[in-house]
Design a protein around this ligand. Structure first.
Ligand code: B3K
Ligand code: ZN
Length: 879
């Protein structure tokens, strides 16, 4: 497999100005005729430069240059390219190919999902549809005529505006779409099917009416309202927050069941995994609703950050993804609760991105090389990319940031650009210098920031000395210091923020200051500090770093009780709980009886019963670090021990449940839903807290408790409560468990999305015998290995969310995963490579588990016809 390097990038030799497609959809062979107008890029090429087009899995039926059939000696084809050697400076090229979408299980290019046809072209799927320079810097104007059976496919969609349509006398019909905006081919889309359409309109700030259409299978017609509402909110928010107005007269969203990712921002025609569209209270949880709003917004925001301004090459992916994630995070914060959203995002970053940054797949936010681009749609490019944008936002302030985006849109609309153009606009609009800051884009690894504190009572000064160090990663040994914004406050003994005055300043400033670290070691000195403070460092998680502040338990408990910064307040609690559990892990491993200190139980209780705090916040604060999060912490100082981690966490939860039983019962009662189900922050907060209490109570595992939980399950009138109760039961060895699982299936067997929850919950169960159950479920008639949601629900949940059972010392979990990866490799390489990545961290376990994981990685590596996707992950893991 060939490695592609950023440093090798050259602009294309030929531009394509227009492409006209004619797609004849049939049950077997689909015919695609494409007419390109091509123009030589004279900066890069001369008359000796051949035209090279990408294509694969297609049969070339004919090719004509300026209307003349190409003879055999004028062109060459191999498995991936069509090369035409002698071409004029401008010409038209017409090719006709035959493709087989009904056999396309990779879900890349044109494929079938149930009764419909749909496409997924990002990153390099367009080359499965027709011959084309499949790279994002070639931007063309598209027109597309779709021809298909009228009965089976009454709805025929592509990008842009519908300009013409007609009937044929053989029962087929045709529709013509034209997209007035030029775009790279990864934004092309086509959909054909028999679909229900929910319609609405949106009036833009300049007074234009945009038709909004959501297309779903007829049976889902009652599950589109929330998605529509989310779309309208997103459109309004982008006008208000960024001054960005929608540009076409129509915006379409199509929900499909078979989809590799969450959704795709194709111009004017988003294609969505149905999971991020379909919802009603009986079938979707609070988390589902929140995700729908977020993903709808994300894809909508791409219209400006991704589509109008697109990428020069795939290395720049974070230019659109990091920025668009930042935008959707801000949108969600405005729609819900800012601190709770921030906590949820940082949880994801630490649980997935930090390990990625410390493992074999570590790569900078702008990767320098790749084998298969699909492997780089990562938490680093997306979530760390968003953190980098957030730091720019922090350094410039909201107004400076907005000046920067205004300039970016003004300068680069209609262009394919690089990250330099974005940061350049930020710098120019504000007269700022981001040259050192650019290292965030080129250096992988999570920087470690250590803080030393010194209070001088006599001079009333307080000095903080920061040192930063970025660990080596497989791609780079030595790292230069980064430009790190550290938001900071100082708490007095009374728990209040102190006024902050740095040495050299004439008067105190605001109580949260942003210190900018630039050197490997730096000291900041505060003056007029009346007493030794407790510092609250990295407020709001102002930089994606690991902080080593050397807090005592008492200081952490103090911050957990008093910090005015809610993020740091939550973080102090998590750090304290994690520290306590890491000590328990040590005790368990050496055979000491574990014990929980009464002051920890008391501090937990005070937060649980605190009526001044937002309920969603309390639920986040009292959700203990997960087994996976503890594994990450444990790996920082030795081998991960999944058994001891499970035992310590189980002990902690159970001890809290025993000690605070009546508190949990009371919290449960006080937070029952008063009226009908509503997706509103206050109601969501009550449900989160109520179900948190239920989860703790479940750990008591008495017959009375299991009866109580089963009763909650029976009574639930919404999916949030129903699944919460069932998932508590799923971990319990009680007589109510099986009947509840069976009843859930009977009730929901016709709803594929709800069944995903049913599969996932059984796979995540901590009971012994779970692996056998998972294997049996592979044979269940509602399971299909060809459907990515089902794979994620059953295989993903077992291997990713059930670390104790997956890492069973027998190695049975590893063998199971490898079997599935080998099976998936032949069906859907993108999904196979996502699944195999669970084994990336094999070197962090004990020698026995390491050997077992390595054996399976080697078995996968030796599989014949290994896809580039899986090869890249496995070879890096084994290196
Ligand atoms: N841009 C798409 C991701 C495409 C994935 C290609 N393998 C979704 C998004 O980030 O909006
Ligand atoms: Zn995106």
């Amino acid at each position: 497999p060939q490695v592609k390097y950023l440093r090798d990038y050259r602009p294309p030799a030929y531009w394509v100005d227009t492409i006209d497609l004619n797609v004849e959809l049939k049950e077997t062979d689909t015919l695609v005729r494409s007419t390109l107008t091509v123009r030589r890029n004279t900066d890069e090429a001369d008359e000796t430069t051949p035209l090279i087009l990408n294509g694969r899995n297609m049969e070339l039926m004919s090719a004509m240059l300026d209307g003349n059939p190409l003879s055999e000696d004028q062109y060459q084809t191999d498995a991936e390219h069509l090369t035409i050697s002698d071409v004029p400076a401008r010409f038209t090229l017409e090719t006709t190919v035959k493709i087989q979408p009904q056999q396309n299980t990779s879900l890349e290019g044109l494929y079938r999902s149930g009764g419909m046809f749909c496409t997924q072209c990002e990153a390099e799927g367009f080359r499965n549809i027709t011959w084309f320079p499949d790279r994002p810097d070639v931007m063309a104007r598209y027109s597309c005529t779709i021809v298909a059976d009228r009965k089976k496919y009454p709805i025929l969609l592509s990008n842009g505006n519908l300009t013409d349509s007609g009937d044929m006398d053989d029962g087929r019909h045709w529709v013509r779409w034209e997209d007035p905006f030029k775009k790279p081919c990864y934004l092309f889309a086509l959909v054909a099917g028999d679909l229900f359409c929910l319609e609405d309109t949106f009036r833009t700030q300049s007074g234009r009416d945009v038709a909004l259409r959501i297309f779903v299978e007829h049976e889902n017609r009652d599950k589109c309202d929330y998605a529509m509402q989310s779309l309208r909110k997103s459109m309004k928010w982008d006008e208000e927050a960024y001054g960005r107005e929608y540009d076409l007269d129509i915006y379409m969203i199509v929900a499909v069941n078979d989809f590799n990712m969450g959704a795709m921002e194709n111009k004017g025609l988003n294609v969505f995994n149905s999971k991020y569209v379909l919802a009603k209270p009986e079938t979707a949880t609070d988390a589902d609703f929140w995700n729908i709003e977020r993903v709808i917004a994300h894809e909508y925001f791409h219209n400006w950050t991704g589509n109008r301004i697109t990428l020069r090459n795939w290395f720049q992916l974070s230019l659109k993804e990091g920025l668009t994630v930042f935008r959707d995070q801000e949108f969600s914060s405005d729609m819900t609760s800012r601190p709770v959203k921030r906590i949820a995002d940082v949880r994801v970053l630490r649980a997935y991105q930090f390990p990625e940054d410390g493992g074999p797949m570590a790569h900078p936010v702008r990767p320098a090389s790749y084998i298969k681009m699909d492997n780089f749609y990562t938490v680093t490019v997306y979530e760390k990319g968003a953190e980098v944008i957030r730091m720019i936002h922090r350094l410039l302030g909201p107004e400076g940031f907005r000046k920067g985006t205004d300039l970016y849109f003004e300068r680069h609309d209609g262009q394919a650009v690089s990250i330099e153009e974005f940061v350049g606009a930020m710098a120019d609009a504000n007269g700022a210098d981001f040259s050192q800051f650019m290292r965030w884009y080129s250096q992988a690894g999570t920087p470690e920031v250590t803080v030393k504190r010194a209070y001088d009572a006599e001079n009333r000064t307080y000095a903080l000395t920061f040192t930063q160090k970025c660990p080596p990663t497989p791609d780079m040994a030595d790292k230069a210091p980064m430009h790190i914004p550290v938001a900071l406050g100082l708490l007095g003994r009374d728990g209040e923020d102190m006024p902050l005055q740095l040495r050299g300043e004439s008067e105190p400033g605001p109580t949260t200051r942003v210190l900018e670290l630039r050197a490997a070691e730096e000291t900041f000195e505060f003056v007029n500090v009346p007493e030794a403070p407790v510092p609250s460092i990295l407020r709001g998680f102002s930089a994606p770093v690991r902080l080593r502040a050397g807090y005592t338990d008492e200081e952490q408990a103090f911050l957990f009780a008093c910090d005015s910064d809610e993020f740091n307040r939550w973080d102090a609690g998590q750090n304290l709980f994690a520290k306590v559990m890491l000590r328990l892990i040590r005790d368990i491993r050496v055979g000491t009886a574990p014990d929980l200190r009464p002051d920890m139980i008391e501090s937990f209780r005070q937060t649980l019963r605190n009526t001044d705090l937002d309920k969603s916040f309390i639920a986040q604060a009292l959700t203990l670090p997960t087994e996976s999060e503890l594994a990450i912490l444990m790996s920082e100082s030795g081998d991960i021990d999944p058994d001891a981690i499970h035992a310590a966490r189980h002990f902690t939860v159970r001890t809290l449940a025993q000690a605070l039983k009546s508190d949990f019962e009371q919290v449960f009662d006080e937070n029952r839903d008063a009226g009908p189900y509503r997706v509103e922050p206050e109601a969501i907060g009550r449900r989160s807290l109520k179900n948190l209490a239920l989860g703790y109570l479940g750990k008591l595992e008495t017959p009375a408790v299991s009866r109580f939980i089963a009763a909650q399950f029976q009574k639930a009138d919404n999916m949030t409560d129903e699944i919460a109760a069932l998932s508590v039961l799923s971990h319990m060895d009680c007589e109510e468990r099986e009947p509840a699982i069976a009843r859930f299936y009977e009730r929901w067997q016709s709803d594929v999305l709800v069944l995903d929850k049913w599969f996932a919950l059984q796979a995540a169960a901590r009971l012994p015998g779970t692996l056998d159950k998972v294997k049996a479920l592979l044979e269940h008639p509602d399971f299909s290995i060809k459907n990515p949601n089902k794979v994620r629900a059953l295989i993903g949940a077992f291997c990713g969310m059930n670390p104790w059972r997956f890492h069973d010392a027998s190695g049975a979990g590893y063998e199971f995963l490898a079997d599935r990866v080998i099976e998936l490799n032949a069906i859907n390489p993108q999904i196979a490579s996502r699944m195999v990545a669970v084994l990336n961290h094999w070197k962090k376990y004990d020698a026995g588990r390491q050997a077992l994981m390595k054996t399976q990685l080697e078995r996968i590596a030796a599989t014949p016809d290994l896809s580039e996707n899986v090869y890249e992950i496995v070879s890096k893991a084994l290196a």
